[in-house]
Ligand binder design. Sequence first.
Ligand SMILES: C[S@@+](CC[C@H](N)C(=O)[O-])C[C@H]1O[C@@H](n2cnc3c(N)ncnc32)[C@H](O)[C@@H]1O
Length: 430
Amino acid sequence: MSNTREIATEVLTNIYSKFEFFENAVLLNKNYCRLSGRDKAFVRYLVLNTLRRNGQVDKVINDFVKIPIKKKNFYILNLLRLSICQILFLNIKEYSIVNTAVEISKKYKFDKFVNGLLREICRNKNKIFQNLEPNTNIPSWIKNDIIKNLGKETLKKISEGIVYEPNLNIKIKVSCVKEKNWEKVLNGKFIFADVLKTHNDGLIEKKPFFSEGDWWIQNVSSTLPVRLISKIFQNVDKSKVSVLDVGAAPGGKTFQLIEENFNVKSLEISQRRIRRLKQNLQRLKFDANIICQDFFNYKCSDLFDCILIDAPCSASGLIQKKPEILIRDKEENIKELIHKQQRMLEKSKELLKIGGYLVYCVCSIHSSEGSNQADIFLRKNKNFKIIEFNNIANNFGKYLNKGMLLITPGGFGINAEADGFFISIFKRIK
Ligand SMILES: C[S@@+](CC[C@H](N)C(=O)[O-])C[C@H]1O[C@@H](n2cnc3c(N)ncnc32)[C@H](O)[C@@H]1O
C-alpha cells in the first residue's frame, strides 16, 4: 500500500512532468482519492509547500548532487524535492523524513544515494540557510517584470510572502451578513464588511452554511471590480443598469452583480465551467441570465451600460494559492493570452453605450496583461478615458497610473493575503 509521502511524490511528479494543475493532479491520482481527509491534507501540505519552495529546493539539489539525476529517475528527483522541503522548511522530524524517503527509494535501488544525500543536508542545514534567497522560487518571466515595474523591494516582499499558505477568503451574501456571528461560525476574521478570511483546511463543502448557500469562495481582490461598478452606479436604479459579465464562470462576479441588483447577462465560452456556474447558482439560490457563447461571436441589439471583462490570463497573481504556476514556463503561452485580452477589449467597444463603462481585470501581476493592455487600449481608442477610483480601494493596492490598480500577492496596505490582481476602468465618451 502506498503511503502519503509516496503519493505526494507521484502527484509532484505529475505536476512537474505534465504541467498539470495541482487540483487536477490530485484528482487524477487514485491512491490520493482513497486517502482519509487527514492524509489528503498532509499530501496537499507537502506538495504545495514543495512547489512554493521550488527554486530554493532545486538550488540545494544543484549544490549537493554532483552528477545530475537522469530524466528516467524523475520520481527520485521529486522524492528528494519533497524530502528537502520538509527538512528545511516544515516542522517534521528529520529521522521520519529520511527513513521514509529511504524506504520508498529502495524499490528504485536508490536508497543509499537518498540516505547519504538527505543526511548530508540535515548536517549542513545552518550553512544552507545562509544562502537561500526566497526570490529564487519565482520564475524569471515574473521576477524580471516585477523588478522592472515595481522594484526590488516589492519583489522581496512578494517572495517572502508567497512561501506561506494563504488564507481562504469567504464572501458572505450581503443579505446574510447580519444574520450570524460569522467570525465565530467560520472561525475567521472580517477583512471587508462581507469578506472574511479563515484557515484553508481543504474541506470547504463541510464548512457551516455552505450547503444553505449563505456564502461562496472569492478572494477579496477579485471582489473589487464589482464594488467599483456599484460605486459608479450608486445613485441610479441598478435594476435598470445592464451589465455584461464576460468570462463569467465559475461565477464570483456574477453573484456579486446579482446581489447588487444589476440587470446582468453572464457570458461564458466553456460548457464545463457553465455547469459549475449553474451548480453554484443553485446552491446560492440566485437566478442568472447565462449565455454560453464565444464572446467574439456574440451579438446583441441593445448596447450595455457596463461590460466587465475578467479575461483569461497567466494567473501570475495566484502564485501563492496555486504555486504550480511558479514552475510553468509561461513565456510563450502568455503571448497568446495577451493577444486574446486585446481582442476582448476591442470587441467590447461594439457592445458598449456612449457613456458606458468598460471594466478590465486579470488575476495577473504581469504588466503585459495589465497596465500595458490598458495603455494600448487608451492609445488606440481616443473615445475612451480612464476612470480614477482610489476612493474605494484606498490603501489596498498600488496605483500604477491614474485609475490602474495593481494588487500584488499578499496585498499592500491590508493584512489580507490577497491574490494578485489588476483592474482598470474606461468610460466611452463618444
Ligand atoms: C478568469 S476566468 C473568469 C472568472 C469569473 N469571472 C469569476 O469571477 O468567477 C476567465 C473566463 O473566461 C472564459 N473565456 C475565455 N475565452 C472566452 C471567450 N472567447 N468567450 C467567453 N468566455 C471566455 C474562460 O472559460 C474563463 O471561465
